[in-house]
Design a protein around this ligand. Structure first.
Ligand code: NAD
Length: 323
C-alpha cells in the first residue's frame, strides 16, 4: 500500500506534467495565430482580401490582388516539347497558369474561353513570351458544335492534339436547396459535365498513343459543399468520368487523370460569392489561405508529361492545402 505522502507526490508529478503540456499548448496556439502557411518559392497573399464581387464570367484583370500565375522560379525542361495542348477556360485562373507552364515546357496552346477577351489576350501574350504559339477560340463548351469547332481550329492551326485540359466551369452558390432553379442546375451541368464530355469525345479521335486528358475536378467533388449542391454534383461526376474514361481509353494509349483543387484565387469565386465571403476566401483551410494558380499548374504539367506520369491513369490528384 502506498503512503499518503507517496500519493501526494504522484499527484504533484502529474500536475507538473500537465503544467508543461499546458504551457506548450499555449505557445503552440500563439504560433498558430501567426498567419498562413508559406511553403512556396515566393510569399503568397493571405486573407483578408479586399471585398469584391464581379459579374459572371469573372475577369482576372479586375481582381485584387492579381492572381499569381507566371511562376517565376519554375524552370522548364522540355517536358512537353513539341506537343499541342487544348485548354478550356485557359484565359484566366488555373487555366492561364497551366497555359503558361505548358508553354514553358515546350507546348503550343489553344485556349477555349467563353467571353473574357481581355484576359484571353493577356494569356496569349504570356504564352508567346515563353516562345510558343497560341490561338484563342471563343466557344461555349456546353454546345457540342462549338466543341467540335474548337477541336477543328486547333488541329487546323497545329496539326495535332496531344493534351486536352478540360477546365472550364460554371459555379454559383445557392444557400437554399429549394431555391436552386432548373435554369441554374441545367447551366451548371451543361457546362461542367456536358462540356467535358463533348470536348473529350471530339478530341480523342485526334489523339495518338502517349496523349493525355486532364480534367479539373474539385475538393467539392470529394467532400460536397452545402451551398454548391449542383456544382459539387458535377465535380464528383468529373472524378467518376475520369476514372471510367481512363479504363475506356487504355487501349488507345491515352491517359486520363484529374486534378482536384481546394480554394484557388481566381475569378471563379469573386464572381460567385458575396463580397464579404471573398474577403475571407481560403481562411478556413489548414494553410489559412487560398492557393495561387501557379501552385496548381505544376500538377497539370506532371499529369500531362509522359516523362513524369506514363504509369499513372485514372487518378484524382488533390491539391487542397492539407485538407
Ligand atoms: P476561372 O473563372 O478563371 O475559369 C473558369 C473558366 O471557365 C473561364 O475561363 C471561363 O471562360 C470558362 N467558362 C465558363 N463557362 C464556359 C462555357 N460555357 N464555355 C467555355 N468556357 C467557359 O476560374 P478557375 O478557378 O481557374 O476555374 C478553373 C477550374 O478550376 C474550374 O473547373 C473550377 O471548377 C475548378 N476549381 C476552382 C477552384 C477555385 O477555388 N478557384 C476550386 C476547385 C476547382
Amino acid at each position: 500500500m502506498q503512503m499518503k505522502s507517496e500519493i501526494a507526490g504522484k499527484a504533484a508529478k502529474q500536475r507538473h506534467i500537465q503544467r508543461n503540456i499546458d504551457a506548450k499548448d499555449k505557445s503552440k496556439s500563439k504560433a498558430k495565430q501567426q498567419g498562413a502557411m508559406q511553403a512556396g518559392a515566393r510569399q503568397y497573399p493571405e486573407p483578408p482580401f479586399p471585398e469584391q464581387h464581379q459579374p459572371k464570367p469573372g475577369k482576372e484583370w479586375a481582381i485584387e490582388p492579381a492572381p499569381l500565375y507566371d511562376a517565376p522560379y519554375y524552370l522548364g525542361s522540355k517536358k512537353l516539347d513539341g506537343k499541342v495542348a487544348l485548354i478550356t477556360g485557359g484565359d484566366s485562373g488555373i487555366g492561364r497558369s497551366v497555359s503558361v507552364l505548358f508553354a514553358r515546357e515546350g507546348a503550343d496552346i489553344a485556349i477555349v474561353y467563353l467571353a473574357e477577351d481581355r484576359d484571353a489576350r493577356a494569356t496569349k501574350s504570356a504564352v508567346e513570351a515563353e516562345g510558343r504559339r497560341c490561338i484563342l477560340v471563343k466557344a461555349d463548351v456546353s454546345e457540342r458544335d462549338e466543341c467540335r469547332n474548337a477541336v477543328a481550329q486547333t488541329v487546323k492551326a497545329f496539326g495535332r492534339i496531344d493534351v486536352l485540359v478540360n477546365n472550364a466551369a460554371f459555379q454559383i452558390h445557392s444557400s437554399e436547396f429549394a431555391e436552386l432553379t432548373e435554369e441554374h442546375f441545367d447551366t451548371t451541368l451543361k457546362t461542367n459535365l456536358y462540356g467535358y464530355f463533348h470536348m473529350a469525345q471530339e478530341a480523342v479521335p485526334h489523339m495518338k498513343p502517349g496523349s493525355a486528358i486532364i480534367n479539373t475536378g474539385s475538393v467539392t467533388g470529394i467532400d460536397g459543399s452545402k451551398a454548391l449542391v449542383d456544382y459539387s454534383m458535377t465535380k464528383g461526376g468529373i472524378h467518376a468520368f475520369t476514372r471510367a474514361l481512363s479504363g475506356n481509353l487504355l487501349g488507345k494509349g491515352i491517359r486520363v487523370n484529374a486534378v482536384a483543387p481546394g480554394p484557388v484565387w481566381t475569378p471563379l469565386n469573386p464572381s460567385d460569392k458575396e463580397a464579404g465571403d471573398v474577403s475571407k476566401f481560403g481562411a478556413d483551410t489548414p494553410m489559412k489561405r487560398p492557393a495561387q494558380p501557379e501552385e496548381l499548374a505544376p500538377a497539370y504539367v506532371f499529369l500531362a508529361s509522359p516523362h513524369c506520369s506514363s504509369y499513372i491513369t485514372g487518378e484524382i490528384l488533390p491539391v487542397v492545402g492539407g485538407y
